[in-house]
Design a protein around this ligand. Structure first.
Ligand code: SF4
Length: 255
């Protein structure tokens, strides 16, 4: 039985997938997003070690709530694919014992072959597409985004349902060009069930201070409702433009 390094857990999550969910936060992340509200989850050696059986015991008293609400389990982080064998075993057990729905909340910074066993027991991926321009992505997270976009294409090819998410920071991740590009990219993916724009918030700033890390978004503000709505419109415009392009392409190839 695998053990995993766990940051924390929540027994009644309602925002990371459908219904009421058990939410498990894994320890370890290879990105360092400037707006991260869990920088204490980055270090792979932090957190506490749990076996799959110990996590299942935490879940067991609440399983009826998860099932009757159409919920299940969501594993997030940190980055859950860094501990893919542990999460795969946990998901498999949740399905075999209780028939639960499984969701993986990932940055997508993962080679698909590393996550094959995990993806075979994953019903939904919540995928953050933080920035479409790769250099901008590197400045935001310390890493380029090609691997993440490849992971998204792989999920699409496998037909795994996705909820795509973008954290909106005014002046940083909310420019029209990048949101239109995000919409165009999404239009080329199968099984995107939902696109969510998540307003940047400052709830984790105190953790950066506790860890003696420089918080480089000091003084940056949360977006207004109008800014969030405008971002949603730009993404939808990009999706429509991309869909129109895809629908023309087969005819153009045929002639
Ligand atoms: S991917 Fe998530 S956990 Fe990792 S640095 Fe970014 S926001 Fe934080």
């Amino acid at each position: 039985m695998h053990t995993g390094r766990i940051h924390s857990l929540e027994t009644f999550g309602t925002v990371d997938g459908p219904g009421i969910r058990f939410v498990l936060f894994m320890q370890g992340c290879a990105l360092q997003c400037r707006y991260c509200h869990n920088p204490d989850s980055w270090d792979m050696t932090g957190g506490k070690s749990f076996t799959v059986e110990e996590i299942l015991a935490e879940m067991e008293p609440y399983v009826d709530y998860y099932r009757s609400s159409g919920g299940g389990i969501t594993v997030t982080g940190g980055e859950p694919t860094l501990q893919a064998p542990f999460v795969a075993e946990l998901f498999r057990e949740c399905k075999e014992r209780w028939g639960l729905h499984t969701a993986l909340d990932s940055s997508g910074f993962c080679d698909p072959h590393h996550a094959e066993a995990l993806l075979s027991v994953t019903d939904l991926v919540l995928l953050d597409l933080k920035y479409m321009d790769s250099e901008g992505h590197r400045q935001l997270t310390t890493q380029p985004n090609e691997r993440i976009l490849n992971f998204a294409r792989h999920l699409s090819q496998r037909g795994i349902p996705m909820w795509i998410r973008r954290v909106l920071v005014p002046g940083l991740t909310d420019n029209a060009a990048d949101l239109l590009a995000l919409g165009r990219f999404i239009s080329g993916l199968r099984k995107v069930e939902r696109v969510e724009v998540l307003p940047y918030h400052r709830m984790g700033v105190f953790k950066w201070q506790q860890l003696n890390r420089d918080y480089t978004l000091e003084g940056w503000r949360e977006p207004t409702t109008n800014e969030v709505e405008r971002a949603v419109k730009w993404i939808e415009q990009g999706r429509s433009a991309g869909a129109a392009l895809h629908s023309r392409q087969p005819r153009e190839r045929a002639t």
